[in-house]
Design a protein. Structure first.
Length: 114
């Protein structure tokens, strides 16, 4: 089964940027929908961005205009560029298919704080 490994998180000040990567151990080409999810402390995991194989993207209202999802099927990698970060973006970020069909990775922690 495909394994997912997220990376790129860290501590950033409000207004800063981060680029997350999700590397898959196998081909993601067959997964039509790939998404980035996040889970903040005490909250349920939510889908924040999704990309279709053809490149169409959708975003949660909370991140629209600030986050950009992309995928490179040749590298079996999905990216999330996050700009203008806010404290409320603090969470563990995960990638998966949409709906989720692969075992969850360990995620990558994003902390936005001054």
């Amino acid at each position: 089964q495909v394994q997912l490994v997220e990376s790129g998180g860290g501590l950033v000040q409000p207004g800063g940027s981060l680029r997350l990567s999700c590397a898959a151990s196998g081909s993601i080409f067959r997964f039509v929908f790939m998404g980035w999810y996040r889970q903040a402390p005490g909250k349920e995991r939510e889908l924040v961005a999704r990309i279709i194989n053809g490149g169409t993207t959708t975003y949660a209202d909370s991140v629209k205009g600030r986050f950009t999802i992309s995928r490179d099927n040749a590298k079996n990698t999905v990216y999330l560029q996050m700009n203008s970060l806010k404290p409320e973006d603090t969470a563990v970020y995960y990638c998966n298919t949409d709906p989720p069909s692969v075992r969850w990775g360990q995620g990558t922690q994003v902390t936005v704080s001054s």
